[in-house]
Design a protein around this ligand. Structure first.
Ligand code: WTA
Length: 646
């Protein structure tokens, strides 16, 4: 753990949106008078009918509700496009950089308006109405952004499913929200490889009878099967549609999108975000955390399939009239200088990525970075998982030439936007710490007995009150929403993360304290991987835990008990890895499978994951209390086999 402190560079502070004093003053006000604070800052976006009520929230499990700006109306797409047309029509809204380095496109706000209107009209012509759920399964191409904004324009609810998910995962997500429309493309490209999205979609749709309309973008030109009456080419339907589509008037609390995310139990849940509060929060955090100045080029390397893509590629930046860069490719194609070549090519000012990418690039040494210019860079950001101080310092020194502050931003799909992060002109930095809360956010550190802990301490990270970008419910399952987030520590929002607070009040996120693991910045429920494994005919039982992994942060460690009569083999191990990839997607592939003749259980049959986590981490000398085990010999066997692998 590092205790270095990096002061805000003087020049940066002088030109920043907020300095230390202003942060403290605004933060104090936001906590003491949330209604007044958010009432004022809600005006940063355009409302059709202004709100008169700011906040109506109860965290009481018997009447749990979260409402912001509830009597206001607006249109999110109009905020992201139309309101910039007067003075930014010819400014780049999106710079798209393709997988191949010689392929890029610039889309101005005027063009964005036309594209989104055409698609919105085409969707209306195909019968899509306000409130309908539209699933988007797309590569990182501008049409993915058009699709999301077209939904927002007509009040349809989008559910973006990451292009790396399997047909089976896509099917589950389409079915859960009863989506009637799917927007996809022939294929996606990543590092020169084609990802057969339409083929995957066809497989998924075999099980989704209610999804009757498919719009297909022609991107790679790969051969695809078009189903008569169901499938429509994007270019045909948009060419036939009018380029003008008046934005629908949407209630602040009407849903904007559903995004599925993994939890500690069961299947992924549909996190529901609404329109007004979400946009206020996404745009405000984007402006303040990235100290965004008009005319700057901002690049977030996330995929639109994750919340980071929603809030910080699309909605936040576009609501602020920014130029946002969208990248289809990967950091190591055609070579490991790619990120920095793109920075130089498009004169990127702010660069926002995940620690896993930084660690992977760090391995390649400094040369691929140092041979590029990067003088346009002003600010660096990190998101998705804890960043180890070593990676932080490398990012700061090698990528940012010690000139660019690094903002380590902690947040979640559920939070809609950043909750804990430095503001680069206001906050001294400590490598590895997400530092201080954003306006309106009051973190509380709580022990397992529900006591609030004061001062320098460590415990479970909760948030005391609501903020406008907070999720409103789990789609179709409000009870699960209440159970997951508000019952462990009654009266608080529980993040599922642990944290440490140091003597300066800085927060250090220590990772999940529940059965969610974070693999390369992607959330994965151990229960999901387990249920995929036990669905295989040779598997009797399985327990999945995370373990420390140099590159991925956490790797997936699966203990597998085979059915009687089945023999472990290298071949079967490979088969099981393939099986999980097929069931969920490549991001869920187990890194290590250990054959387990038995799993450590309590006498009541509960698997003792705490012990399995220790064995996986090679910390077999710290197994803790094993006295409640039904059969202690099981543990000895597992330890011995883990040790044998080194
Ligand atoms: C983790 C991604 C440490 C955390 C925006 C959280 C982080 C989960 C950070 C949410 C960070 C995200 N430092 N941990 N800066 N950012 N996390 O929903 O465990 O995909 O609960 O949202 O990622 O992942 P999600």
């Amino acid at each position: 753990m590092s205790t270095d402190i990096l002061e805000v560079p003087a020049e940066f502070a002088a030109n920043a949106l907020v300095d230390t004093a202003k942060y403290q003053e605004m933060y104090k006000r936001s906590i003491e008078d949330p209604e007044g604070f958010w009432g004022e800052h809600g005006k940063r976006i355009d409302w059709i009918k202004p709100y008169t009520k700011v906040k109506d929230v109860s965290y009481d499990a018997s009447d749990l509700h979260i409402r912001w700006y509830e009597d206001g109306t607006l249109n999110v797409a109009a905020n992201c496009i139309d309101r910039h047309l007067a003075d930014k029509a010819d400014q780049a809204a999106i710079i798209w950089e393709g997988d191949e380095p010689n392929v890029s496109r610039t889309i101005t706000y005027r063009e964005l308006h036309e594209q989104v209107c055409r698609l919105a009209n085409a969707m209306k012509d195909l019968g899509v109405k306000k409130g309908d759920r539209v699933t988007i399964y797309m590569p990182m191409i501008p049409e993915a952004a058009y699709a999301m904004l077209a939904c927002a324009r007509i009040g349809a609810i989008h559910s973006v499913v990451f292009g790396g998910f399997s047909p089976e995962s896509l099917h589950g997500r389409i079915e859960d929200c009863d989506s009637t429309v799917l927007i996809t493309s022939d294929a996606g490209m990543r590092g020169g490889r084609h990802i057969p999205l339409k083929k995957n979609a066809d497989e998924a749709l075999e099980h989704c009878p209610n999804c009757k309309t498919v719009i297909v973008v022609q991107h790679t030109g790969d051969d695809v099967t078009m189903v008569e009456g169901r499938d429509h080419w994007y270019h045909d339907v948009t060419a036939a549609a009018s380029p003008d589509c008046p934005p629908e008037e949407i209630g602040a609390e009407d849903p904007l999108f559903i995004l599925y995310t993994s939890g500690s139990t069961g299947k992924p849940k549909g996190v529901l975000h609404t329109s007004g509060g979400y946009l206020v929060y996404a745009s405000m955090t984007h402006e303040y955390v990235f100290d965004y100045k008009p005319g700057e080029v901002y690049w977030c390397t996330a995929d639109v399939g994750w919340v980071t893509g929603h809030s910080y590629i699309l909605y936040g930046p576009l609501a602020n009239g920014a130029t946002t860069l969208m990248f289809e490719g990967v950091p190591n194609y055609p070579n490991t200088s790619r990120f920095w070549d793109v920075v130089d090519k498009h004169k990127v000012n702010t660069f926002y990525t995940a620690p896993t990418a930084i660690r992977a690039l760090m391995r390649e040494g400094e040369d691929p970075v140092k041979k590029t210019d990067r003088s346009s860079l002003r600010l660096l950001g990190s998101v998705g998982e804890p960043i180890n101080p070593e990676a932080w310092l490398w990012y700061h020194r090698v990528v940012g030439d010690e000139r660019c502050p690094v903002v380590d931003t902690w947040w979640q799909t559920e939070t809609g936007g950043i909750l804990i992060s430095p503001l680069p002109g206001a906050t001294s930095l400590k490598p590895g710490s997400a530092t201080l809360p954003f306006f309106g956010i009051k973190p509380v550190v709580v022990d397992n007995e529900h006591n609030d802990l004061e001062g320098a301490t460590e415990g479970n990270l909760c948030i005391e009150d609501s903020w406008p970008g907070q999720m409103r419910t789990v789609y179709g399952d409000h009870e699960r929403f209440i159970q997951t987030y508000f019952t462990t520590f009654p009266g608080r929002y529980f993040s599922g993360d642990g944290c440490r607070r140091d003597a300066d009040g800085y927060y250090w996120i220590t990772g999940r304290v529940d059965d969610v693991i974070n693999v390369s910045g992607h959330r994965m429920g151990t229960a999901e991987v387990e249920s995929a494994l036990v669905a295989h005919s040779k598997v009797a039982e399985s327990a999945v835990v995370g373990y420390p992994h140099d590159l991925k942060g956490q790797g997936i460690y699966a203990y597998v008990t085979l059915n009687a009569g089945e023999e472990p083999s290298e071949e079967l191990r490979k088969e099981l890895v393939q099986w999980v990839r097929k069931e969920i997607g490549p991001i869920a592939s187990p890194d290590l499978i250990q054959w387990a003749p038995g799993l450590p259980k309590t006498r009541s049959g509960k698997i003792m994951r705490r012990i399995l986590r220790k064995i996986a981490a090679n910390e077999h000398d710290q197994l803790g209390d094993t006295s409640t085990l039904a059969d202690p010999a099981v543990v000895d066997d597992l330890v011995e086999n883990r040790m044998n692998r080194g």
